[in-house]
Design a protein around this ligand. Structure first.
Ligand code: S3P
Length: 437
């Protein structure tokens, strides 16, 4: 039960009930930390994601001279002193983004304009994820950025330079690449435009606007004028992470005796694909107390036991639920009919090849899934049975397998379950709080 190999054994509870607040949104937390670091003034960020990915961002920012103080009484709250007065400073060592693609790609977008040398690396998973998609647009702006294997992979080496704005069409729907280009554009000469044929999460655009950047946001296009004055520091209360809430939405919908309420959860429309798909599958799911906090939509989510039916998932909805596809595959296993997921080739370059790993591990539990080059076909009406499964060091797979374990007959034992802490260190506690045996 120790170290990286922590094994979790899950069995099906009689009931799943309760009200919880999931931790702060990981995507918004990274951005609140990075953008406030570039600002003039101090800010308080509360309800920060406690995930290891955000710890990676915090450590990199500290190494770049940013002053961040955890509030003693509330570790999820952070006081941050923006570096805009003095500027970021050259790190004395290699910056380590750990498992976090968002840390590496967003920070690269910042560092390409800073007048010093930066080297970024990550764990073995991050070092095998594609970086040419980041290097190419930044180079078009005049950046000096290099990666291993002909710029394909990290480590990345960046020598900060004066940049020029760019007009760029994203070849893949990636909010990380879009954000990196916009961050570089803040410090470039001339305007930057990013065209996104398929819209991805827009937290960067929303927060930059809130901090005073001149940014025009349309569904398929974002344009940005370089900063003439520094970004204004803003206090942010990070909403609950819908990608963490998603596990309880699916668990609540597929368990036969469940009623769960998740309070204060982000419901940004670029992230709510999971709600749309579950609703279309017949889930009894409601949004209550809808409101706007810090330019982000927030609501309470209520779900209860439902009888799900299969649907086809593809096209523009994919970027709105890309992180939830392994989990949706679990729901599809017990839905009535055949679920088809297409246009999701990006799953192959996440923390693991999520098409391969999802199919391999759910099959051990009795799922019947066929692989497509860009998705999968999941045959429903399966009675899952407990077995030994592996997380492949992928946090979202570990948590999806736990949800499968909540409805499987017998015991499901998940190897390297500790990896859930990448996005939600509270996950196992949340499960324990909701499950009544
Ligand atoms: C994220 C964007 C998505 C998502 C990741 C977080 C972000 O990645 O999968 O978990 O915070 O911008 P891509 O931009 O590579 O699609």
């Amino acid at each position: 039960m120790a170290g990286k190999t922590l094994q979790k054994i899950i069995s099906s509870p009689k009931q799943l009930v309760g009200e919880i607040a999931v931790p702060g949104d990981k995507s918004i937390s990274h951005r609140a930390l990075i953008f406030n670091s570039l600002s003039l003034g101090s800010s308080k960020i509360s309800n920060l994601s406690p995930g290891k990915d955000c710890v990676s961002t915090i450590n990199c920012l500290k190494a770049l001279g940013v002053k961040l103080e955890k509030q003693k009484d509330k570790p999820s709250d952070m006081l941050l002193h923006g570096a805009s007065g003095t500027g970021l400073t050259e790190a004395k060592d290699i910056l380590n983004a750990g498992n976090s693609g968002t840390t590496m790609r967003l920070l690269s977008g910042v560092l390409v304009s800073q007048p010093f040398l930066s080297i970024l690396t990550g764990d073995s998973s991050l070092r095998s994820r594609p970086m040419k998609r980041l290097v190419e647009p930044l180079r078009l702006m005049g950046a000096e950025i290099y990666g291993r294997d002909d710029d394909s992979f990290a480590p990345l080496v960046i020598r900060g330079k004066k940049l020029a704005g760019v007009d760029y069409t994203l070849p893949v729907p990636s909010a990380q690449i879009k954000s990196a280009i916009l961050l570089a554009g803040l410090f470039a000469q001339g305007n930057t435009g990013v065209k996104q044929p398929q819209p991805s999460r827009d937290h960067t655009e929303r927060l930059l606007k809130l901090m005073g950047a001149k940014i025009e946001i349309e569904t398929h296009h974002v344009s940005l004028t370089p900063l003439s004055v520094p970004l204004v520091a803003v206090d942010i209360r990070v909403p609950g992470d819908i990608s963490s809430a998603a596990y309880w939405l699916v668990a609540g919908a597929i368990h036969q005796n469940a009623r769960i309420r998740i309070v204060n959860c982000g419901v940004n429309p670029t992230r709510t694909g999971i709600i749309d798909v579950l609703s279309a599958m017949g889930a009894k799911l409601r949004l209550e107390n809808q409101r706007l906090e810090g330019n982000e939509p927030v609501a309470d989510l209520c779900v209860e036991s439902s009888r799900l039916k299969a649907i086809e998932i593809g096209g523009a909805i994919i970027p709105r639920l890309i992180d939830e596809i392994p989990l949706l595959a679990v729901a599809a296993c017990v839905a009535q009919g055949k679920t088809v997921i297409r246009d999701a080739g990006e799953l192959r370059v996440k923390e693991s090849d999520r098409i391969v790993t999802t199919i391999r591990e759910l099959s051990r539990l009795g799922a019947r899934i066929e692989e497509l080059s860009d998705g999968m076909v999941i045959h429903g009406d399966r009675a899952l049975r407990g077995a030994e499964v592996k997380s492949h060091a992928d946090h979202r797979l570990a948590m999806s397998l736990a949800v499968a374990g909540l409805i499987a007959r017998g015991k499901t034992s998940i190897q390297n379950a500790r990896v859930a802490e990448i996005s939600n260190p509270n996950f196992w506690k949340e499960l324990g709080g909701l499950a009544r045996y």
